[in-house]
Design a protein around this ligand. Structure first.
Ligand code: NAP
Length: 327
């Protein structure tokens, strides 16, 4: 059996470390691991590969991968690989949902508190060696999370982890998800279908986007949705940039119709230096790091190894993607 590991990126962290591929080689006798470090090497190795461990795949490489039976993604979001040929094919796709969830929930709480307590402004004044007590307490002032209402959009691994932590801190949590009747994570007061999104937005002090990028969630938060939000509400996007109409968001923030936004993801990454989002008041931008943790590759490799063991044993795989639903 040949496993093609093709995880490379200009971003240092998104390259499969050699040591982790070596670990897989030691663990699986009878499996040949080919470690491709660029697209040309991936394309060359694709025709002989039974399994691919990759987060990026284009239609040409997929067409060349005639033996492929299973693909595992090191990421949770797989929307970019769900082109029609892949969706129609019998190739099974699995993802790494779940391994980022706790870290992402810490990130959501961190950026929410940072915006409520105006830490970005405090940090700017610190760099200028200025004591900003009056400025920080002037309207909208320093706010607290106690008694606030959170709307979680997408109540999967990440949304559930956020909801549990927020509820434990006294936040009233409500959510929308695609299948509202699925088991509800602890602490969530109500769960509604996507059709109830506007109601959730109208009543939330903070809205957390934790849904996958699919045909239904593209520009989920547009002009009408932003207009429904409370003028002092905060939008936190840790899902995918394309869930938000960024031009409409920039407008709402510039006109003071929204209290702030924390964006870990943007429609185009890296975010264009010319984007108005960089300088708008109340915007906290992090460069797609909400899921980062020191042992991330250990967790990613462990999940893949467990699935490879299952694949060889003919057992059901973990985290099978519903290719038609898009996640
Ligand atoms: N920033 C980062 O570093 C980072 C890291 C990891 C993941 N992500 C992003 O976060 C997304 C979620 O990750 P996850 O691990 O939580 O995935 P997940 O466990 O698959 O959860 C996805 C959730 O979204 C819900 N959903 C699907 N379509 C929806 C819609 N139209 N409206 C409302 N909710 C909808 C699903 O509903 P049901 O449960 O009812 O089916 C599910 O609750 C990923 O797809 C990825 O894009 C970002």
């Amino acid at each position: 059996m040949i496993v093609l590991v093709s995880i490379f990126s200009p971003v240092a962290l998104w390259n499969a470390p050699d040591a982790h591929v070596a670990r897989l080689r030691e663990r699986f006798d009878g499996v040949r691991f080919v470690h491709a470090r660029d697209r040309a090497a991936t394309l060359a190795a694709a025709p002989d590969s039974d399994v691919m461990f990759t987060g990026e795949l284009d239609a040409e490489t997929f067409a060349a991968a005639r033996r492929l039976r299973w693909l595992h993604s090191p990421a949770a979001g797989v929307g970019g690989m769900l082109f029609p040929e892949m969706v129609r094919s019998p190739v099974v796709m699995t993802n790494s949902r779940g391994i980022h969830a706790d870290t992402m929930a810490e990130h959501v709480l961190a950026v929410w508190l940072a915006l409520l307590r105006r830490l970005p402004l405090a940090v700017r004044r610190q760099a200028e060696r200025r004591w900003s007590q009056d400025e920080l307490s002037a309207p909208p002032g320093i706010r607290t999370i106690a008694g606030r209402r959170m709307g979680v959009v997408g109540l999967g691994a990440i949304g559930g982890a956020v909801a549990r932590r927020a509820a434990a801190l006294g936040v009233e949590v409500h959510a929308v998800r695609r299948r509202p009747d699925a088991p509800r994570p602890e602490g969530v007061r109500s769960v509604s279908p996507p059709a109830a999104l506007l109601d959730l937005l109208r009543t939330s002090d903070v809205v957390v986007l934790a849904a996958p990028q699919t045909a239904e969630t593209r520009s989920l938060i547009g002009r009408a949705q932003l207009a429904a939000m409370k003028p002092d509400a905060i939008l936190i996007n840790v899902a995918r940039g394309r869930l938000v109409d960024e031009a409409a968001l920039a407008e709402a923030l510039a006109e003071g119709r929204l209290g702030g936004a924390a964006l870990d993801v943007t429609a185009h990454e890296p975010l264009d230096p010319a984007s108005p989002l960089w300088d708008l008041p109340g915007v906290l931008i992090t460069p797609h790091v909400a899921g980062m943790r020191p042992d991330l590759w250990d967790a990613v490799t462990e999940l893949f190894a467990e699935n490879l063991r299952r694949f060889r044993a003919g057992e059901p795989l973990l985290n099978v993607v519903d290719k038609l639903a898009g996640y």
